[in-house]
Design a protein around this ligand. Structure first.
Ligand code: NAD
Length: 528
């Protein structure tokens, strides 16, 4: 029996403010602060995804011709693994943290960090990895105790419709909702007041989101794209470069934010690298990419036309591929040799299967060009020996780095951009952390009044004792150099200057300590 995927229906504009109100009100009922409640929601979502894996696969096929393997590794399978990881760790992450590295006086106030949800949050997704990039941030938001609305991309319409089905099947509608639509619907959503907005998409729309959010001082996470360079030094292994870079550019037909936009290849290894790209292509797609079940299509005609015009306007020489078929939205993986970065293929992120090569004379030249094209991309991909790789990392900036590989920094630690490629990060534990406010809580016990009382006016008599009791002794001198055995001097003088002053401080502390102990022995009701 064939799998039926529901049709995408846009949410009526007039319904949107009420739907937002519902989840906003629920947040203040404290339903989502309960960890057990969150866990039940996440567990139900897990099973809804598991039970609808076939529909998810069919939706990804209809929208992007995604191969099943890529759906298991990058869509439903990815989200399921994320869910299990978060569910397993949630109680640990959500616990209050006690404060470290603080002064002893503040330790007495038992300071701790509570992981407070932001409140009512909005997640806006992109089309290219619809489930991973919309449900991924959303499950972090749920885990952290927020109420959440997601707005999937209308461009991957079948996937958007399935996400709605998953939410409606699994989740409490008073806390979690899906709003469907395009620009008008998203703009209306943005006009509501949010406690945090998480956006994945283009620079252009990212700017709109950031500006609108600024009106309400709403914090935003922006997961944007970038002009990611691969830097291939002369010590790189050409076969590894070709296989890994071809994978990075053919995955989802290059419609992936972390894929490399251009390769700066040292002339010494250029012929071998080109040769290996051709070999790798034949190995990946023995009958050509078009006939392969393992190669995706471009999302829609608009994006196809954009990519066609980028290629048409390029001054580069096509070394491999170059076939385009608008009917099928097919663009062959295409290797293009440029003699400079001044080309349509290097003007902006291509977000398509173009493998652009620019020959360079040295690693220094590659670094200079990379910083010139975009100084803060989402990823940098250096290939070569340890010294060259370290040099590249030390002289560039980026959201992340995958050494000798493409895109593999995505699932690790925390993932996100920097500068123009975005702000804020998630994945792993960061998927929880990005959705909580670290709220500091201090508790001043009554007995500490003996010490804290020094803050009250009249001040006159208190300046000197305060300075003595709180002086710190730096372990560095006026030239910025560290003083050897500074800690020993600090200990002997209790933080400052001369041994006499140190002795006075020790005596002062001993007296305060004596009275505190006496106070506690008397039952803590009266100080003197
Ligand atoms: P997009 O910016 O066109 O759309 C993203 C979302 O914004 C969609 O949900 C869309 O409905 C909404 N939107 C579009 N126009 C809008 C407007 N004028 N006002 C308000 N909302 C609007 O991005 P896309 O085409 O879906 O995705 C491709 C881009 O996303 C690429 O630039 C890519 O690099 C980036 N991306 C980044 C990451 C990351 O994690 N950093 C991941 C995937 C994609």
């Amino acid at each position: 029996m064939g799998v039926i995927v529901p049709e995408l229906k846009y949410t009526p504009l007039e319904a949107i403010p009420d739907r937002v109100s519902i989840i906003k009100n629920t947040f203040f009922e404290n339903k989502t602060r309960d960890i057990e409640f969150r866990l039940v929601q996440l567990r139900k979502l897990y099973w809804a995804i598991k039970d609808n894996e076939q529909e998810i696969a069919e939706a990804c096929r209809l929208d992007l011709n995604r191969p099943l393997f890529e759906i298991i590794t990058g869509e439903s399978g990815w989200v399921l693994n994320d869910l299990v990881f978060i569910i397993r760790n949630l109680k640990k992450w959500a616990k209050d943290e006690s404060a470290e590295d603080i002064e002893i006086t503040y330790k007495l106030m038992n300071p701790k960090i509570r992981k407070d949800p932001f409140g009512c949050c909005l997640v806006i997704g992109s089309f290219n990895f619809p489930f991973q990039l919309t449900l991924g941030p959303a499950i972090g938001a749920i885990a952290a105790g927020n109420t959440v609305i997601i707005k999937p991309s209308e461009n991957s319409s079948h996937c958007a419709a399935i996400m709605q089905k998953l939410f409606e099947t699994a989740l409490d509608p008073s806390c979690y909702q899906v709003i469907q639509g395009s620009i008008d619907e998203t703009q209306l959503l943005l006009a509501q007041k949010w406690d945090k907005i998480f956006f994945t998409g283009s620079h252009a729309v990212g700017r709109i989101i950031a500006k609108t959010a600024a009106e309400n001082l709403t914090p935003v996470v922006l997961e944007l794209g970038g002009m990611n360079p691969a830097i291939v030094t002369k010590s790189a292994n050409p076969r590894l470069v070709a296989r890994r870079m071809l994978w990075g550019k053919t995955l989802n037909a290059g419609q992936i934010c972390t894929s490399q936009n251009y390769h700066l290849v040292d002339r010494e290894v250029l012929p071998q690298v080109i040769e290996e790209f051709k070999k790798a292509y034949d190995e990946f797609y023995p009958n050509g990419a078009k006939a392969s079940p393992d190669y995706s299509r471009i999302i829609n005609k608009r994006q196809f036309q954009r990519l066609k015009s980028v290629l048409d306007n390029s001054k580069g020489k096509i070394l491999m591929g170059g076939e385009l078929d608008e009917e099928e939205l097919y663009i062959e993986p295409t290797l293009v040799l440029l003699d400079s970065t001044e080309d349509s293929l290097c003007e902006a992120e291509t977000f398509g299967p173009f493998l652009t090569i620019i020959p360079v004379d040295s690693t220094d030249e590659a670094i200079r060009l990379a910083n010139n094209v975009q100084s803060t991309p989402l990823g940098v991909y250096p290939f070569g020996n340890k010294a060259e790789v370290e040099k590249i990392i030390a002289n560039t900036r980026s959201g992340g780095v995958a050494v000798n590989d493409a895109s593999l920094h995505i699932p690790t630690l925390s993932f996100g951009g920097v500068g123009e490629s975005g702000t804020g990060s998630y994945r792993g534990r960061a998927s929880f952390d990005v959705w909580v406010h670290r709220r500091t809580i201090t508790t001043s016990p009554g007995w500490i009044e003996a010490i804290l009382g020094i803050r009250y006016p009249p001040y006159a008599a208190k300046v000197k004792p305060f300075k003595i009791a709180t002086a710190t002794y730096p372990d560095f001198d006026r030239t910025g150099k560290k003083i050897v055995c500074g800690w020993l001097k600090w200990f002997l003088t209790l933080g400052g200057g001369s041994a006499t002053k140190g002795a006075v401080r020790y005596a002062t502390i001993a007296v305060i300590y004596y009275y505190v102990i006496k106070y506690l022995e008397r039952g803590g009701t009266k100080f003197w």
